[in-house]
Design a protein around this ligand. Sequence first.
Ligand code: MRU
Length: 363
Amino acid sequence: MYNENEEDRLRAIIWREGALELLDQRLLPNEVCYRRLSTSAEVVRSISDMVVRGAPAIGITAAYGVVLAAESRYSETPDRWRELINEDIEMLAKSRPTAINLHWALQRMKQVIAMPTGNPVGRLLKEAITIHKEDIISNKCMGRLGAALLGQRSSVLTHCNAGALATGGYGTALGVIRAGHTSGLIEQVYVGETRPWLQGTKLTLWELVQYGIPVKLIVDAAAGALMRMNMIRWVIVGADRVAANGDVANKIGTYYLAVAARYHGIGFMVVAPTSTFDMHSNTGTNIPIEQRSKDELFTLGYQIVAGAGAWNPYFDVTPAELVSVLVTEQGAISAPNSEKIAILMNEKILISNLTDPVSKPVP
Ligand code: MRU
């Protein structure tokens, strides 16, 4: 079972006294400020405006958003709440396009809504808390599974933020790095800045410093040189959506890291819970990629440094053939493909039973 302890201290999402508190990630690392939300409309805005980031964190936040929606719908129109809450769920579903955990979490909440009940708030809150706790259990499980695959003590590169901030707690890619560090397998972590929102600089660096894990920042474009100079053995990243064939959508820049890693014979590890898998997308080409404003590329700090046309896709797709190993809470698979993923997804292990990692042999 899940027990909170010291390593769970850093939380991006807290349910406290009937409201949702989100750590405003736009202000990190300079300011640690939690925003208190009491309506689902505020939750939608917080997801769209990037207060909360990362696929699992977005899903968990949306689940709590449904609780807030149910509270107001049921108290205002107890006879029509089920019909009216669909509008709120639709707004939540549209808040960010790429992270599939959002839809996965809303689907779970819809199943609870469909149950015959009087006041639904208690049940929905219970489900949201379960989704939240399960995510932390999954992350710890993936951390141990991924760390066991690292082999000898070495340095690694990560991209964007896939830590406690991007999840319910502990982290996916950073979960592996944390578990690896505890086992003495991580010498040095390099993290790319992750232009244009700088999740690497502002979030991952901040997290790793707090955990006491040696970390060095690089500009995104330095990753090739890092590999060429033999300075890392693994690239370890999270995912926003994994297609049924193992193609991985993640923060823009992930694809070129995978290409460079393959060229240099470096391992490319993707760490994502099964809630990030989209079995309706056969391949990565079906995954919607968020496009953001060109202004993000022309502004440094608050200063506009240029202005013209720009192309600003926020995620890219790494083909499965470039993924050395895909780590989930259900097990790890090397060289992922449709067949291996179908087997993994069909052998669902109850997350509440995952006190110890159930390691599948890497074929
Ligand atoms: O745009 P963001 O900050 O929400 O993007 C986050 C990422 O791309 C993460 O790498 C991804 O969600 C994996 S999170 C565990």
